[in-house]
Design a protein around this ligand. Structure first.
Ligand code: XMP
Length: 514
């Protein structure tokens, strides 16, 4: 592996991995490490630049994460940029003052005035729209530092040599209009060169997996590798990358959880074939999932129960095929939102993240985002249906029966409703504008009138979102014509009385309802 030019110290912000992704979009790779792992890494590595991420901590909190001991913050060894908490931590440690003022707290869009003579803001507008999310503010700069941006308070700072800098807002978030330019300027200041391309990454992933396997066991039989496949872009792409190197040793396992969408199992088989998979095992487990997940209506509880059954089935398959490894297409986003990255807060338990397997588990996509995997899929010559496919959560339609116990009948109702709406979306040719479509049954019964008779029936909700990385999302507005057509089509079902349309952005909502 090439030595990394950029180290990102992860203090737990939801956006930390987005910094890595944005740098990769600019052609530069980076490594993201929690503070506790930095000292060891720096023993053998010499980055050109270091970014200190945001955090949900205040520097004044007990247990607030620190600057790693061996990290040089003088700017002598590497260029330093603190973002949000990263800036506050630098200011605090260097003798500045960080306060929590009543005014000047910023959550969301803000306008800042920049000192465009500073190289960090080269070619950026003097007044620009940014995304900020902080309660604390640097109210007094450390000696030797000057302010280079303001929005009521100090929004950015620099030392005299322009080697140690901080910005209070988030340049990595797309809502910071010129954030990418700012990060490009930072890369230029650090003398970073482009070092990322998907073809190299595919080779690296193959080498990494082979190395991991060979390191752990020389026993040929134990080298069977189980890969969970769902037909989605992540697992299909991973299968296509691993199939040529593992051949028959790659055992792809698909579970029919009973929560798949209409036609999904057939699609899965076609996709596995196009990925070159030799061994595809389909396990029918619908009844087992319903029996377990159907006992609760609590979102997290459902996910936990789903995970238990999911794990049990994989363990049976691992034992059956005497596999020594399980490999999964877990993405950086899955890891962040299930609270497994650095010190990020847990948003949701993901069905396949953080499971303690008896065999070695490998997550070769752990630092990648969806759009990057799509790029790998294109390089692997997978069909368009794979690399353009919208995501679908592992627990599937189980997450789309909300506030009422899941049953086979309710899942079937949602399955048909999902197909109806998907067909309308296709007919209107708007699928390309939508990142994910969700049709869910709500546990809200209400009164309606059908054929002059009173009915008391279910409600459905339709939600479409637009997003780049699923860390943030915007609600998609269907045209009035589509809203009417969808509503008419769905209320044809005798038990559906009402249809809601949900355009709440993420945050505050998440993409899925649970
Ligand atoms: P949220 O709802 O957290 O979802 O905004 C972000 C993206 O992740 C998908 N998702 C999952 N995918 N297992 C998965 O494989 C899961 O447990 C899971 N939960 C959410 C979700 O559909 C969206 O694309």
């Amino acid at each position: 592996m090439n030595s990394m030019q950029i180290l990102i110290v992860d203090y737990g912000s939801q956006y930390t991995l987005v910094i890595g992704r944005t740098l990769r979009e600019l052609g530069v790779r980076s490594i993201i490490l929690p503070p506790r792992s930095v000292d060891k890494w720096l023993e053998n590595n010499n980055p050109k630049a270091v970014i200190l991420s945001g955090s949900n901590f205040s520097v004044h909190n007990e247990g607030a994460p620190e600057i790693p001991e061996s990290l040089d913050t003088t700017g002598a060894k590497y260029l330093i940029l603190g973002i949000c908490y990263g800036m506050q931590l630098l200011a605090h440690k260097k003798g500045g003052v960080v306060e929590r003022p009543l005014a000047n707290r910023e959550y969301g869009p803000a306008e800042v005035s920049l000192d465009i003579t500073h190289p960090l803001f080269n070619n950026v507008s003097g007044k620009t729209q940014v995304w900020a999310s902080h309660g604390d503010t640097v109210s007094k700069l450390p000696d030797g530092f000057t302010s280079i941006a303001t929005s009521g308070g100090i929004s950015a700072m620099t030392d005299k040599e322009n080697r140690v800098m901080g910005i209070q807002f988030h340049p990595e978030v797309v809502d910071t209009k010129e954030g990418k330019k700012i990060l490009q300027n930072f890369l230029n200041m650090g003398g970073c060169v482009k070092d990322w391309n998907p073809t190299d990454l595919i080779k690296e992933i193959q080498e990494e997996v082979l190395n991991d396997i060979n390191k752990k066991t020389k026993d040929e039989k134990k080298q069977n590798v189980v890969l969970g496949v769902s037909g989605g872009v992540d697992s299909t792409t991973l299968a296509s990358i691993l199939a040529p190197i593992l051949r028959e040793r790659l055992i792809c396992v698909a579970i029919d959880t009973g929560g798949l969408r209409a036609g999904e199992l057939e699609e899965l088989k076609i996709n596995a074939k196009s990925a070159g998979v030799k061994n595809l095992i389909v396990v029918e487990a619908g009844d087992e999932f319903i029996k377990n997940v159907g006992t609760t209506i609590d979102g997290e509880d459902k996910r936990a129960k789903f995970r238990d059954v999911y794990k049990r089935i994989f363990e049976e398959q691992i034992a059956k095929y005497e596999a020594g490894f399980i490999v999964q297409g877990t993405l950086a986003t899955d890891i962040i939102e299930s609270g497994k990255a650095g010190q990020s807060a847990m948003i949701k338990t993901h069905h396949n993240v953080g499971l303690a397997w008896e065999v070695e588990d490998l997550h070769p996509f752990r630092n990648l985002f969806k759009y990057e995997v799509r790029e790998l899929a294109r390089v692997m010559n997978l069909p368009k249906e794979v690399y353009e496919r919208n995501p679908f959560p592992g627990p599937g339609l189980f997450l789309r029966v909300v506030g009422t116990p899941v049953s086979k009948e309710k899942i079937e109702l949602v399955r048909q409703a999902d197909k109806t709406v998907s067909d309308i979306v296709k007919k209107y040719n708007v699928a390309k504008d939508i990142s994910q479509l969700i049709v869910a049954l709500l546990g809200v019964n209400s009164v309606g009138v059908k054929g002059d008779e009173r009915v008391y029936g279910h409600s459905l909700v339709v939600r479409a979102v637009q997003t780049v990385d699923f860390m943030t999302a915007k609600g998609y507005y269907f045209s009035e014509e589509m809203v009417n057509e969808i509503t008419n089509a769905l209320t044809k079902h005798k038990d559906i009385v009402r249809v809601f349309f949900d355009v709440t952005p993420k945050p505050p909502a998440t993409t899925e309802f649970e």
